[in-house]
Design a protein around this ligand. Structure first.
Ligand code: 6PG
Length: 476
């Protein structure tokens, strides 16, 4: 047995992760259900490092040094369970199974518990960065036991992206913590992308600009506070022309956004935990809405001219307004995502370090962005920050951007351009900072129709008004 780590499941993510490990000097055991993939990996990239290919799972396991570390990189759900079931009888106490797929954290918690019963470590690990990241340095979010991290840490920290000499990998917390934060990462990714898409749509409607012109605006934005991978590739995608028709690429792509489910899971989990991640939820629903082609066609027929003609007075002011609205809404999305992680960490006893999370998302992952450094600073300075919105750097940006944010949302509403994420982020901001919320009326209504009781602003206790009687108040 010579291999330091193994990878089973050699589709593109597994293959690139295996190559990354080999390029960094680790001896990598390889296995795939159909051996052709294993053979082609060795044939095409065998010179990148030391691979130990096996055609059977038993040989694969036997080729690993103890304690064995096996990365499973197959589809989430039943395929992952099938591979685990095949692996477990071949492993010995202390061995480590690492699931690097996008698993649901509840599945990870279940699997971790089951494998712990066999004396094995199960490490649900979030890996972000797409195919390129897997090969050149992803952001890695391992959960599982601290003991498993003693073996995995040095390996993962070496193959991860590095920012200012700091690896984009750290032990997140026990059992499902790694997959939980990867899930929220993807939720933030959904929000980020929806906000970018709305900004593009606004620029297009307000300026009657071409995608190529808007690409330029994004390129410029990428030189400032908004600098991020997603803004960078937005410029790339908007600047691209379809080779077949020479039309802008975005004009030939069907406008129905798909999803594999991590955004939906994020929203479901936030509902369970009672955390208002409204930006992520709107982004997820916006994808669903885009897919309802029949409803959209019917509504389009019924209301062909519901918006007003949009006349932007000053181009530069408008572009700057949209930039500010985008930055503020993006700050809301991250604030909500970090709230969600904090709530998950409390609920499941994970003790997740929020500053640490921001640190390992600075590079490698899809949501990597310049301002993650600021998020790191914010949580490092004040561990119990009530919301990212009030940390000085963010409060300055959001505060200064409020008039622009309102202008953009109001203009969009008048013109009939849908901005679900921009508008809901602004509503979230206004709700958070409101002196009084109409929630008091909700409480009154609940008490009126269902005797659900309420609390008072001026006295301790739980009260009910005898609505059907003499309307006196009783202590419940
Ligand atoms: C990443 C990505 C990756 C994948 C998304 C796509 O961090 O590398 O998030 O995990 O691209 O899961 O998700 P949807 O298909 O749901 O958009």
């Amino acid at each position: 047995a010579t291999a330091q780590i193994g990878v089973t499941g050699l589709a593109v993510m597994g293959r690139n992760l295996a190559r990354n490990l080999a390029r960094n000097g680790f001896t990598v055991a390889l296995h795939n259900r159909s051996p052709e993939r294993t053979r082609s990996l060795v044939a095409e990239h065998g010179d990148e490092g030391t691979f130990v290919p096996s055609e059977s799972m038993a040989d694969f396991v036997a080729s690993l040094e103890r304690p064995r570390a096996v990365i499973v990189m197959v589809k989430a759900g039943a395929p992952t369970d099938a591979v685990i079931d095949e692996l477990v009888p071949l492993l010995e106490e202390g061995d480590i199974v690492v699931d690097c797929g996008n698993a649901h954290f509840a599945d990870t918690r279940r699997r971790e518990e089951a494998l712990r019963g066999h004396g094995l470590h199960f490490v649900g690990t979030g890996v972000s960065g797409g195919e390129e990241g897997a090969l050149r340095g992803p952001s890695i979010m391992p959960g599982g036991s601290a003991e498993s991290y003693r073996k995995l840490g040095p390996i993962f920290e070496k193959i991860a992206a590095q920012v200012d000499g700091v690896p984009c990998c750290r032990h997140i917390g026990p059992d499902g913590a790694g997959h939980f934060v990867k899930m929220v990462h993807n939720g933030i990714e959904y929000a980020d992308m929806q906000l970018i898409a709305e900004a593009y749509d606004l620029l297009r409607a307000g300026l009657s600009a071409s995608p190529a012109e808007i690409a330029e605006i994004f390129r410029e934005w990428n030189g400032g506070e908004l600098e991020s991978f997603l803004i960078e590739i937005t410029a790339d995608v908007l600047g691209h022309s379809d080779p077949a028709t020479a039309r802008p690429f975005v004009d030939v792509v069907l406008d129905q956004a798909e999803q594999k489910g991590t955004g939906r899971w994020t929203v479901q989990s936030a509902l369970d935990l009672g955390i208002p991640i409204t930006g992520i939820a709107e982004a997820t629903f916006a994808r669903s809405l885009s897919g309802h082609a029949d409803q959209r066609a019917a509504a389009r027929r019924a209301f062909p001219d519901a918006g007003e003609k949009w006349q932007v007075d000053d181009r530069d002011t408008f572009v700057e307004d949209v930039r500010r609205a985008l930055l503020s809404s993006k700050i809301v999305a991250y604030a909500q995502g970090f709230d969600h992680i904090r709530a998950g960490s409390q609920e499941y006893d994970w003790d997740i370090d929020l500053g640490g999370m921001a640190t390992i998302w600075r590079g490698g992952c899809i949501i990597r962005a310049r301002f993650l450094d600021r998020i790191r600073e914010a949580y490092d300075t004040e561990r119990d920050l009530p919301t990212l919105l009030v940390a000085p750097w963010f409060a300055d940006r959001v505060g200064a951007g409020v008039p622009a944010w309102r202008r953009v949302v109001a203009d969009a509403a008048r013109a009939g351009v849908p901005t679900p994420a921009f508008s809901s982020s602004l509503a979230y901001f206004d709700a958070l900072r409101a002196e009084r919320l109409p929630a008091a009326l909700i409480q009154g209504l609940r008490d009126n129709f269902g005797a659900h009781t309420y609390h008072r602003v001026d006295r301790e206790g739980t009260f009910h008004t005898l609505w059907a009687g003499d309307r006196s108040e009783v202590e419940a």
